[in-house]
Design a protein around this ligand. Structure first.
Ligand code: FEO
Length: 164
């Protein structure tokens, strides 16, 4: 049985993961409207991953006899000034999610909840990847500056992202 403290904290995290999906869906739509179809595709896959993260947490709560409570998801931003700004926002958001996961781990350790620690360890590793992916794209976009040719090359590259 899961403790109420951990159950509440994971329910909050489920909301945060669904909010992440909302941000990336909004970015996907914005990139599509800017005719950057590859970046739109990349964000669409990212959003799907976030829903999977939410479902992974939800499945765990249910397996441990807890109750998943879905709360209202905040509306995301809808406009960014450039692809670079959008990916910078995505990178900062992933760093925020990492801090949340670390806080959850601290709580699971304090509560001596070993099963939750095992689940959270997966998310700790996943966040390393999530941050690295966004950071790499930010670096590439910074490298090309205002160049349209480089932007289209990166767009084509990101269009090749496959479902994990
Ligand atoms: Fe679910 Fe991108 O962290």
């Amino acid at each position: 049985m899961i403790s109420k403290k951990i159950e509440d904290a994971i329910n909050d995290q489920i909301n945060a993961e669904l909010y992440s999906a909302y941000i990336y869906l909004s970015m996907s739509s914005w990139f599509d409207s800017a005719n950057l179809k590859g970046m739109s595709h990349w964000m669409g896959i990212q959003a799907k991953e976030e829903v999977e993260h939410a479902m992974k947490f939800a499945g765990y709560v249910m397996e441990r006899g807890g109750r998943v409570l879905y709360k209202a998801v905040e509306g995301p931003e809808t406009e960014w000034t450039s692809p670079l700004e959008a990916f910078k926002v995505a990178y900062e958001h992933e760093k925020y999610v990492t801090r949340r996961i670390n806080d959850l781990m601290d709580l699971a350790v304090a509560e001596k909840d070993y099963a939750s620690q095992a689940l959270l360890q997966w998310f700790v590793s996943e966040q390393v990847e999530e941050e690295a992916n966004a950071d790499e794209i930010v670096s590439k976009l910074e490298m090309i500056g205002e160049g349209k040719h480089g932007l289209l090359m990166i767009d084509r590259e990101l269009g090749g992202r496959e479902d994990d």
